[in-house]
Design a protein. Structure first.
Length: 319
């Protein structure tokens, strides 16, 4: 993995994904006690940054590839399904049965054939490998894939440009983290284009495998696979490809509670008019509620594919 791969992905993505804005709200700054800039990937095509990695991976496939298979709770699913449809090939998306219905429905709407599985009792990797072998499809995992990481790294290229435009030479860049595809790609881009910006991962309590792994210097598993409202970033263990990159490039990981993530969802809507899902709001939650951060931070709002019921509950409780 290197900056050349990320720049090549950016070229292939041009015209197929959005350059999302970097936003600031003074009232959020007041709550946080620092200046908070929000990279609004929730406004991306498909509602999350995963549109980038999906298109980057599919666009790099050899000619004649008949189809792809991906595993995802919803955001990678939509990104790959959209990219496959855009390239005129089939897609099978393996999704957990407890994935939000809005994500399952949207994946089908983008043209994906959805196959459901029980994330607590079944091995998704084994199921995906079997289907890929039977159909001759290319497997595109959600984070341990070079082109996926390169595609996600294009977020970092944009942050580097936008930080320079905003006069931000030094800041922590907080990134929601599951397996580490977005975090590692952004870290590589920042190392090359904005070395004064330090990446830090953000995760929900009880599912902070990356934070614990970075502290221990080895990949550690989560004790459970379910149990947080932040469904988009619940992964069993840091990626084999992503962990070494983050070990070399990232600062200490940050951890927030589910209640803090939900409060960040509400505050993002109230002050930025952004619709976020809880997993996509953990970096903002860390920016708002963790005292041990610098005076200027950039946080990625990674996704906005939240169910209407959950979003309504957040706003109702806050009011």
């Amino acid at each position: 993995m290197n900056i050349t791969m990320i720049e090549a992905a950016a070229t292939r993505l041009r015209g197929h994904v959005l350059r999302t804005p970097l936003l600031n709200a003074p009232l959020l700054d007041r709550i946080a006690g620092r200046q908070v800039f929000v990279k609004a990937e929730s406004l991306q095509v498909t509602g999350s940054f995963k549109a980038r990695g999906g298109w980057a991976a599919v666009s790099a496939l050899p000619p004649g590839t008949p189809g792809v298979i991906a595993m995802s709770s919803g955001n990678h699913a939509q990104g790959v399904a959209r990219a496959a449809s855009g390239h005129g090939i089939a897609s099978v998306i393996l999704m957990p049965e407890d994935a939000p219905q809005v994500k399952i429905a949207n994946t089908r709407a983008w043209g994906g054939e959805v196959v459901l599985y029980n994330r607590a009792a079944e091995d998704r990797d084994a199921i995906a490998t079997r289907i890929a072998t039977e159909r001759g499809y290319a497997l595109i995992p959600p984070y341990d894939h070079a082109e996926v990481i390169a595609g996600q790294g294009t977020v970092g290229l944009e942050i580097a440009e936008q930080a320079q435009e905003a006069g931000l030479a030094r800041a922590d860049v907080l990134v929601p983290c599951g397996g580490g595809g977005l975090s590692s790609g952004v870290a590589l881009a920042l190392q090359a284009r904005a070395p004064g910006l330090r990446l830090r991962t953000a995760e929900p309590e009880g599912f902070d495998d990356m934070a614990r792994s970075l502290a221990a210097g080895e990949r550690l598993r989560n004790p459970a696979l379910t149990g947080s409202v932040c469904d988009a970033i619940l992964t069993p263990i840091p990626g084999k490809m992503t962990f070494p990159l983050l070990s070399a490039l990232a600062g200490p990981g940050l951890v927030v509670s589910d209640s803090e993530a939900l409060e960040a969802v509400t505050l993002a809507f109230r002050h930025l008019r952004l619709v976020l899902e809880p997993g996509g709001a953990v970096a903002l939650a860390a920016a708002l509620f963790r005292p041990d951060l610098p005076d200027q931070v950039i946080c990625i709002a990674s996704g906005g594919n939240v169910s209407e019921d959950l979003f309504r509950d957040c706003l109702t409780k806050a009011s």
